[in-house]
Write a protein that binds this ligand. Structure first.
Ligand code: HEM
Length: 478
């Protein structure tokens, strides 16, 4: 059906579809070193998409096992998909292991339940909460990291690991009244679940066979799921007990407090179950940390290479804050830093692609898509499309964003979508950007940094876009 409409792609192979070809292409780039150019990002991170776009054009179809996946890269079509209001392009069911990681929470669910959960998290992460309680907690968490960095003055430091601790600490403190250390066991278990997802992302199982043969990953993931569940139940019960003892003034005004308040709501329509609470906790532990960690790491890499932009950003930070901690008003005025963050999110977008599914036969642009076609919007391709961004699309040029995102994209909302688009776009956008600005500002106040000679450029698509061997920089205290 798609072929008759001019859509091409690699042909279907029995059981595996095209996944074996994808695995082979990923393996072959793994063994090659990449020079430090952003030009190489797509061939490195999604070699199959790079190769097939060349062969079949900007929109093409391939097979993940028996599932047809249509790659869509044209902004008008992307806008249509994400802004559709009658449920034509819903979220797709999460794959088995991903479901164990995130449950049936805000990321996957639809309809009334999604609306209820979305309202809860909008409320917990709205601007006033950010300003009053979250910004001070973010600053305190960065201070701890910077204190540790003192021992690295004049030496190398690996920031991907550093930012794991920082972003874990920040989401623990701001949303759950906890800390990285207290939640370390949970973060470790979630990371092990993440490893299982990555290992299985291109494995095809024959439907039904999982009920007969249990794979070692099934056994491990079931065990992890249970342990993660127990840990969150303990955390929830601890807060409930503290609330009963009057320690939090109600259940607390953070995200965990909002979840408990909704659980105990007298209005039936607003109540959420214990399982919902657990799923939301899992989701925010994962989504609140991995993505911002990746974004911060790539931004620091870019500033370590482009030291002219590092100097410009530092000048701005020092003009606004001197050596004082960032204030909410000043954070909103960080123009150069915002341009740099946007350019970093354009090139090294942590969420590499966004999936949807076709609910029932539907028109998209000029195409008629059959029900159950999966749609994949590869952000890397959109963000580096020379027709949108110009021939220098692969270069780091924060000046693109000097007059804001609308100007940089010619008001094409679907040309820059690191946080998604439409009603299901990222609920943590402001939280994440504020966190990134605070961390960068405070690092720039105290350190100059350059890339370490030991750094090997090897971006890879795991759950987010990640540096396979970390990012090593040389620190020099100011
Ligand atoms: C640089 C950092 C981040 C990036 C690039 C990012 C990216 C995204 C994207 C692309 C989506 C849309 C997915 C889709 O349409 O299917 C999304 C959704 C979401 N993000 Fe983020 N995110 C980031 C940080 C965060 C943070 C810090 C949190 C939590 C505090 C968070 C929580 C969520 C949630 C809960 C959703 C699902 C929203 C819904 O379906 O209603 N994200 N994110």
């Amino acid at each position: 059906m798609m072929r008759t409409q001019g859509i091409k792609g690699p042909s279907y192979k029995f059981i595996h579809g095209n996944t074996k070809e994808i695995i082979n292409m990923r393996k072959s780039v793994k063994s090659t070193l990449t020079e430090l150019s952003h030009h190489e990002l797509l061939p490195r991170v999604q070699p199959h998409i790079h190769a097939w776009i060349k062969l079949y054009g900007m929109n093409f179809l391939y097979w993940h096992g028996p599932q047809a996946q249509l790659i869509v890269t044209e902004p008008d079509m992307i806008k249509e998909i994400f802004s559709n209001k009658d449920g034509a392009f819903p979220k797709k069911e999460l794959p088995v292991y991903m479901k164990k990681l995130l449950g049936d929470g805000i990321v996957a669910t639809k309809g009334e339940k999604w609306l209820k959960l979305r309202k809860l998290s909008n409320h917990a992460f709205h601007a006033e909460c950010l300003k009053v309680s979250m910004i001070p907690a973010m600053i305190a968490s960065v201070e701890v990291i910077l204190e540790r960095w003192r021992q690295h003055d004049g030496k190398e430091i690996e920031v991907y690991q550093e930012f794991k601790i920082l972003t874990s600490e920040i989401i623990s403190r701001t949303a759950f009244g906890s800390s990285y250390l207290e939640g370390q066991h949970i973060f470790d278990m979630l990371a092990r679940m993440g490893d299982i997802i990555i290992r299985n992302s291109y494995k095809i199982t024959i439907p039904g066979i999982g009920n007969i043969v249990k794979l070692s990953d099934d056994i491990e993931s079931e065990k992890l799921e249970q342990e993660i569940r127990n840990s969150f139940i303990n955390m929830i019960m601890k807060r409930e007990k503290a609330a009963m003892e009057g320690k939090w003034g109600g259940f607390g005004s953070d995200f965990l407090g909002s979840l408990l308040l909704a659980h105990h709501d007298t209005d039936k329509a607003k109540i959420i179950s214990v399982e919902d609470m657990i799923d939301e906790c899992k989701t925010f532990y994962v989504a609140g940390q991995e993505t911002t960690r990746s974004s911060l790491t790539w931004t620091v890499l870019l500033l370590a290479i482009h030291t002219d932009w590092q100097d410009k950003a530092r000048r701005e930070v020092l003009e606004l804050f001197g050596l004082q901690n960032p204030s909410p008003e000043g954070i909103a005025k960080l123009k150069t830093v915002s341009m740099i963050i946007n350019e970093s999110l354009r090139l090294y977008c942590p969420a590499v692609q966004i999936p949807r599914i076709v609910h029932k036969e539907v028109r998209l642009g000029k195409l008629i898509l059959p029900a159950n076609t999966e749609i994949i919007v590869p952000l890397l391709v959109v963000h580096q499309n020379p027709e949108i961004w110009g021939e220098d699309a692969h270069l780091f040029k924060p000046e693109r964003f000097a007059d804001g995102i609308a100007k940089a994209t010619n008001s094409n909302t679907a040309a820059f979508l690191p946080f998604g688009l439409g009603p299901r776009s990222c609920v943590g956008l402001n939280f994440s950007v504020t966190e990134t600005k605070i961390a960068l500002a405070m690092i720039l106040q105290h350190y100059r940094f350059t890339l370490s000679p030991t750094y090997v450029h090897s971006p890879v698509h795991l759950i987010t876009m990640s540096p396979r061997h970390g990012v090593q920089i040389m620190l020099e205290a100011l």
